[in-house]
Design a protein around this ligand. Sequence first.
Ligand SMILES: *[C@@H]1O[C@H](CO)[C@@H](O)[C@H](O)[C@H]1NC(C)=O
Ligand SMILES: *[C@@H]1O[C@H](CO)[C@@H](O)[C@H](O)[C@H]1NC(C)=O
Ligand SMILES: *[C@@H]1O[C@H](CO)[C@@H](O)[C@H](O)[C@H]1NC(C)=O
Ligand SMILES: *[C@@H]1O[C@H](CO)[C@@H](O)[C@H](O)[C@H]1NC(C)=O
Ligand SMILES: *[C@@H]1O[C@H](CO)[C@@H](O)[C@H](O)[C@H]1NC(C)=O
Ligand SMILES: *[C@@H]1O[C@H](CO)[C@@H](O)[C@H](O)[C@H]1NC(C)=O
Ligand SMILES: *[C@@H]1O[C@H](CO)[C@@H](O)[C@H](O)[C@H]1NC(C)=O
Ligand SMILES: *[C@@H]1O[C@H](CO)[C@@H](O)[C@H](O)[C@H]1NC(C)=O
Ligand SMILES: *[C@@H]1O[C@H](CO)[C@@H](O)[C@H](O)[C@H]1NC(C)=O
Ligand SMILES: *[C@@H]1O[C@H](CO)[C@@H](O)[C@H](O)[C@H]1NC(C)=O
Ligand SMILES: *[C@@H]1O[C@H](CO)[C@@H](O)[C@H](O)[C@H]1NC(C)=O
Ligand SMILES: *[C@@H]1O[C@H](CO)[C@@H](O)[C@H](O)[C@H]1NC(C)=O
Length: 608
Amino acid sequence: MRQHGCAAVAALAISANAASISRRTASLDDVCTVSNVQAVLPSNGTLLGINLIPSAVTASAVYNSSADSAGGMGMGMGGSSTANYPYCNVTVTYTHPGKNDEVVIKYAFPQPSDFKNRFYVAGGGGYSLSSTATGGLQYGAAGGATSAGYDAFTQSYDDVVLYGNGSINWDATHMFGYQALGEMTILGKALTSSFYGLSSSAKVYTYYEGCSDGGREGMSQVQRWGEEYDGVIAGAPAFRYAQQQVNHVFSSVVEQTLDYYPPPCALNKIVNATIAACDPLDGRTDGVVSRTDLCMLQFNLSSIIGESYYCAGQESTSLGFGFSNGGGATKCQAGGAQGSTSSYQPEQNGTVTAQDVAVAQAIYDGLHNSEGQRAYLSWQIASDFGDAATTWSNNTNSWELDIPSTGGEFVTKFVQLVNVTNLDNLDNVTYDTLVEWMDIAYNRYLDSLQTTLPDLTPFQTSGGKLLHYHGESDSSVPAASSVHYWQSVRSIMYSNVSSDASIEALEDWYQLYLVPGAAHCGTNTLQPGPYPENNMNIMIDWVENGVKPSRLNATVSSGANAGETQMLCQWPTRPLWNGNSTDFECVNDQASIDTWTYTFPAFKVPIY
Ligand SMILES: *[C@@H]1O[C@H](CO)[C@@H](O)[C@H](O)[C@H]1NC(C)=O
Ligand SMILES: *[C@@H]1O[C@H](CO)[C@@H](O)[C@H](O)[C@H]1NC(C)=O
Ligand SMILES: *[C@@H]1O[C@H](CO)[C@@H](O)[C@H](O)[C@H]1NC(C)=O
Ligand SMILES: *[C@@H]1O[C@H](CO)[C@@H](O)[C@H](O)[C@H]1NC(C)=O
Ligand SMILES: *[C@@H]1O[C@H](CO)[C@@H](O)[C@H](O)[C@H]1NC(C)=O
Ligand SMILES: *[C@@H]1O[C@H](CO)[C@@H](O)[C@H](O)[C@H]1NC(C)=O
Ligand SMILES: *[C@@H]1O[C@H](CO)[C@@H](O)[C@H](O)[C@H]1NC(C)=O
Ligand SMILES: *[C@@H]1O[C@H](CO)[C@@H](O)[C@H](O)[C@H]1NC(C)=O
Ligand SMILES: *[C@@H]1O[C@H](CO)[C@@H](O)[C@H](O)[C@H]1NC(C)=O
Ligand SMILES: *[C@@H]1O[C@H](CO)[C@@H](O)[C@H](O)[C@H]1NC(C)=O
Ligand SMILES: *[C@@H]1O[C@H](CO)[C@@H](O)[C@H](O)[C@H]1NC(C)=O
Ligand SMILES: *[C@@H]1O[C@H](CO)[C@@H](O)[C@H](O)[C@H]1NC(C)=O
């Protein structure tokens, strides 16, 4: 489905033709009618692969309804607003020629006086696309959300991925993978243009914003429909899907392989002690490990052995690990480590043992096959061990294996192709088994979910801007996963220029920022660090006014430095604080960069 060669040259100014003037001054009630929308539907054959069904159009003005925040999933993308924005609530239905399927799209068109020639697409999370179309209203943007042909508004993709055992729903897979959003955007831009009576040369600035699977969805659009988007903000993308999702059972396999199931409190203690030890390495003692690379190079987890820990007993419901650390994980959080639903934990009072540290070290080291070849990267040191959470058994009075359903469900449904929501056990599962599962999933979903195509030329040549960010202490989608993609894009697109020249060329349109201390798509209760809250405004300024960022504006939201602005360093530079002051520099440090650089010889093919 990759679209070649249809890049439209960006028209810089909006020509004020008669139609647009009259539409601009029209009231919402005037324009928001079924017949008006029917009149502007692209006719069959205009948009290849999309046949609209005029009789199915609905349109009604919505007043006094709170617009959803950006992204619709509250995934730390900022910009959430409770203000009211009147809009035209439109649904259109289309079919793919000859297929007799039905895709319903909701569009939200701001009232004409608010419209700023923008179209906005929000990402979802977990196995869901965004189900709300209103995230762009605060920016004067029209927006959309799609049913993707499998009723994505009410059904999660993992619930429909199998027709039955052994039988993959490829339509749903490709629609979820990238196609549904691409079609929604192409159609949405055409509708937006004609709904407001813009001249055919008028630009509709098109934005995407999402985190976690929403970040993956954003990357899918950059990779597949690059010409359609002007600005894409992708947070912690849950891409490199085969490796990423299988990796969610890696921590459990470490425990089984070492035949040791650590008390959760011991692992929490290891994380806390690591944070305490590595916090000052970045030059400021503020509770945040801004340089996990220095921590990796200079800190030895073994030094924690013998430290005591204590956690009170608890009768708890779900432990929502991994997602914004304590921020309530739900089924849908893809990248999110979950499945840790132990209902009871006894009081834990002990000291960290060599076995506890061995589990922690093996997890941070990442997956290798039995020949010692690396298969995947891991979470940065000082990230919590969400996937490693064990569960207490009253029967055996001991801690036992608890397989995170994020990874377990991926293996059962997507690799083994059985309609089962988690692995029952890890009998006979070794590190080599994980590599095999990754290999199967890689080959099977290379064209749909893997989402790591590294040649972004159509996006780049049509002027697209990509803002990519990732919490450095993300315990669900490893931060190094983002760095590896950035490196892949750089080496594929700039293979014949020097490293410095390629970095300079790349930052004109693709910038990556690691967010010190941050968890998966949000702040981290264990490290009171900064988080970017202003990304859309920065992106709009970049796209529409040519203001290229060089650092990323982020705000500390808790702890002693709450309210502090930190202008984050753009990868590959790294922050170094100047003696506890409020100043840090962005330094080049090759030894640090090297700790983020991986190859994956366990696979015979390149892993981008
Ligand atoms: C376009 O095709 C769809 C489905 O094939 C059909 O229902 C619709 O009436 C067609 N539209 C027009 C304007 O003919
Ligand atoms: C919206 O709310 C305002 C204030 O409550 C009210 O005056 C106005 O009539 C409402 N508009 C509609 C269309 O309901
Ligand atoms: C938008 O329109 C659809 C289709 O008529 C309807 O189901 C939905 O409730 C409407 N949304 C709002 C917020 O009014
Ligand atoms: C898969 O299993 C669930 C729960 O047992 C069931 O509701 C669903 O219908 C099954 N789906 C298929 C495609 O067999
Ligand atoms: C780790 O630190 C957090 C937050 O500072 C605290 O709530 C928790 O009790 C600590 N855990 C252990 C095991 O010390
Ligand atoms: C960490 O310390 C232990 C115990 O002193 C030692 O065996 C191990 O080699 C050290 N690890 C590294 C990476 O230096
Ligand atoms: C933990 O155990 C030690 C040694 O048994 C004891 O001294 C200490 O009071 C215990 N701590 C708590 C909080 O129960
Ligand atoms: C396990 O035992 C504890 C303490 O006796 C009790 O509070 C808890 O409810 C039990 N849990 C289960 C699942 O039986
Ligand atoms: C699908 O496979 C699972 C696991 O083997 C099995 O439990 C289930 O009964 C199968 N479902 C059907 C409809 O055969
Ligand atoms: C595990 O491997 C053993 C030995 O090869 C075999 O007998 C057993 O059936 C296997 N168990 C499972 C669940 O595959
Ligand atoms: C950073 O963003 C905040 C809004 O989140 C804004 O108030 C502030 O002026 C920005 N600072 C800089 C230096 O851009
Ligand atoms: C920063 O402050 C901490 C105490 O808050 C102190 O231990 C440390 O030495 C200071 N570091 C520098 C570089 O001044």
